[in-house]
Design a protein around this ligand. Structure first.
Ligand code: FRU
Length: 514
């Protein structure tokens, strides 16, 4: 189809020189990224496989997103770092691949920093380097049954991330052969101690290192062996300070992805709220806290290079249970929306994080329709709910309700609250194509209601071609799930004995691909 359009476009250009707007050329441009299930306003790679976000960095007004990428197949393979940039965290421009595997191994997950004082000496004071810190994974070592096949390396760019060179002294942290899972370095500049701090995961715990120059690293401390969730291996850590909303108090948050062991199955992201004194992370937290109760938000981390008040997170919108099996053909998997993280405290929950779409998404909303109220049994219809955002409130006390999106093929995705179990649920069991892997559609995803205001709760539901993200109470409870309906959802029905929906705003969201 695409070839045909290109030929037509060329024909039009050659044959009708006097025309200023070649109609078919426009058609070629608009055909880009319209494949079945391709998200229209979430980041996806141009083609082939993607997993974790890497090296999230804001510099000179540009957001950089690097990502785990295998450019030769739509399943996981020898890892590269793909690259994309954005001005607003919603629209992304694809860039050339940043990092390729080399003789030290594949390029696994990690982070990026701007070394503005040129502490590494890899650039100059006038042109400081952008430095990527990543894990080398040596397949030969793994195949030989050794345990020392994951080490840490660095690479640098002197042209804003366009081209990269590996550091000649790699690896910067070698592996003594005792820990096979030894990866995913997240580095930041600690203003208090004036040194680089790296958080690394090692199977069942995190390790903290310090460095004056990003090349020489010293182990400072460890955290987590006997605390938190341990249903699987710890991956993709992130450590950062956050001020508690409305209080003169700053805490440190440690994000840890874990696979398997998530509350609704497979891969998930837990977090700890505590203190970091420059050397050691400590917490009084007893309970396990999860960032998301859907099954498709994994390996997420936050941007370096932003003020602490703009702590912004992106996750990989998939799950290792079925990531390789989802029904796409040209590319595989998307990132979550960029989300702002805020820290809160109340009597019931102690400290807890909210994660909510960045406000720049609001600028992509158009054709907004407002419905003042929606009562029991009422239905709305639309050409395509899979390109829309719905914001609304349920006034009064929280009570049973259900929202059901359906299509002409009788597929459905349901979101609601159950007062018997005091929990929210998202049910994608009949949402379309689900049978590609048994755990995708085997159960309803649930979460106990964790809210700081049990009345007048606000909701935001964001649906793209193959995902649904539900933000409850400004993001104190979140579900992120992939869905693969065979045709878009076109009807929405509300059911509740006692509750009504107020001020429902339904907006279309502009597509980001040019
Ligand atoms: C998380 C992860 C990381 C690793 C990368 C490999 O999804 O397993 O721990 O660095 O993926 O692609």
């Amino acid at each position: 189809m695409k070839q045909l359009l290109i030929i037509l476009a060329l024909f039009t250009l050659i044959g009708c020189k006097e025309k200023t707007t070649p109609v078919n050329e426009v058609a070629v441009v608009e055909d880009r990224f319209r494949e079945n299930y391709r998200p229209q306003y979430h980041f996806t790679p141009p083609t082939m496989w993607m997993n974790d976000p890497n090296g999230l960095l804001h510099h000179n007004g540009t957001y950089h997103l690097f990502y785990q990428h295998y450019p030769e197949d739509i399943v996981w393979g020898p890892m590269h770092w793909g690259h994309a940039t954005s001005k607003d965290l919603i629209s992304w421009e694809h860039k050339p691949i940043a990092l390729y595997p080399d003789e030290l191994g594949l390029i696994f997950s990690g982070s990026a920093v701007m070394d503005i004082h040129n502490t590494s000496g890899l650039g100059t004071k006038d042109n400081p380097p952008m430095v990527a810190i990543f894990t080398y994974h040596l397949m030969e070592g793994e195949k030989a049954g050794r345990k020392d096949f994951q080490t840490q390396g660095i690479a640098y760019s002197l042209d804003e991330g366009e081209t990269w060179k590996k550091y000649s002294g790699n690896p910067v942290i070698s592996n003594d052969g005792n820990i096979k899972d030894f990866r995913d370095p997240k580095v930041f500049w600690d203003e208090n101690t004036e040194q680089w701090v790296m958080t690394l995961v090692a199977g069942d715990h995190a390790k903290f290192y310090s460095s004056p120059n990003l090349k020489n690293w010293t182990l400072m401390s460890e955290f987590g062996k006997n605390i938190g969730a341990h249903g699987g291996v710890w991956e993709c850590p992130d450590l950062f300070p956050l001020q508690v909303e409305g209080r003169d108090e700053t805490k440190w948050v440690l994000i840890i992805s874990i696979n398997p062991g998530a509350p609704n199955g497979g891969s998930g992201t837990q977090y700890f709220v505590g203190d970091f004194d420059g050397t050691t992370f400590t917490t009084n937290q007893k309970e396990i806290k999860w960032l998301d109760y859907g099954t498709d938000n994994y390996a997420g981390v936050t941007f370096n290079g932003l003020p602490d008040t703009e702590r912004t997170f992106i996750g990989w919108m998939s799950n290792w249970n079925y990531a390789r099996d989802t029904p796409t053909e040209a590319w595989r998997s998307a990132m979550t929306l960029s989300r702002k993280l805020t820290l809160h405290k109340n009597k019931t929950n102690g400290f807890y994080l909210k994660n909510y779409p960045v406000t720049s998404l609001d600028e992509y909303a158009y054709a907004t329709v407002v419905h003042d109220t929606m009562k029991n049994g009422m239905s709305l219809s639309s050409k395509n709910y899979n390109e829309q955002r719905l914001n609304f409130k349920i006034p009064g006390k929280l009570d049973d309700f259900k929202l059901n999106f359906t299509n002409i093929n009788k597929e459905s995705v349901k979101f609601g609250y159950n007062s018997n179990t005091k929990s929210y649920y998202l049910d994608r069991r009949k949402s379309g194509v689900v049978s590609f892997e048994p755990s995708f559609g085997d159960k309803v995803h649930t979460v106990p209601a964790i809210i700081d205001s049990p009345t007048d709760v606000a909701y935001s539901i964001v649906m793209d071609a193959s995902s649904i993200e539900v933000f409850i109470d400004g993001g104190s409870t979140v579900f992120t799930d992939q869905i693969f309906p065979t045709t878009p959802f076109t009807a929405l029905t509300f059911t509740s004995e006692n509750a009504t929906i107020a001020n429902l705003k339904v907006s279309k969201i502009k597509r980001i691909w040019k």
